[in-house]
Design a protein around this ligand. Sequence first.
Ligand code: SF4
Length: 227
Amino acid sequence: MDQTGLRGPAVLAYAHRGAAYLNITDRCPVACVFCAKRTWRWRYHGWDLRLGAREPSAAEALARAKPIIEQLRPREAVFCGFGEPTSRLAVVLETARLLRAARPQLRLRLNTIGLGDLINGRAIDQELSEVLDAVSVSLNTADPEQWLALHRPRDAFAGNGFASVLSFISACVDRELETTVTAVDLPGVRVDEVRRLAKRLGARFRLRPELRVNAARLEYRAKGGYN
Ligand code: SF4
């Protein structure tokens, strides 16, 4: 047990499906019903992604990612953990700059819930477009009410969260970031509507399988999903 009360060294980077993943925060503005972090006790395929007070600087994240990148030679590096990376926008930007300088051919992608504008109190698409190649936005629904039910945002993000996510997606498309809207395959979600919305916003679309049932998901299922 270290001084933060967490066991073992923090996992700041890990390899998965031919990519290097950077875990820079475990803080989220939402509590998605499909999130696996509680059921999986913060472990993703064996990596303990809980950071607590051990969130890294850009230099620390890069130092952990470097051996993975050198050994694996991945096609891309992805900012993604059990938290919202844009909660630490400065670290995302600086780490991406360092990676770009070290490995110009490496594709750089952000996985996000899309609330970065609200989190940071300003539009962040331009800053992202200067250092990233792609963003993947977990939207999951075309229905604002269902968005609330699925993502259970904190109060500060509930009022105009959905609208802000759509605006963020459009802005990323306009900046020519490769922008993909994703949806988890859940009962009650009208996938075709999400796909159509993504197309209307100019983004790609990808349907994702649900990782694993958790308690919130069971409750959601018991209520018959959202209709
Ligand atoms: S944004 Fe990701 S890590 Fe955060 S609650 Fe949702 S699924 Fe979990």
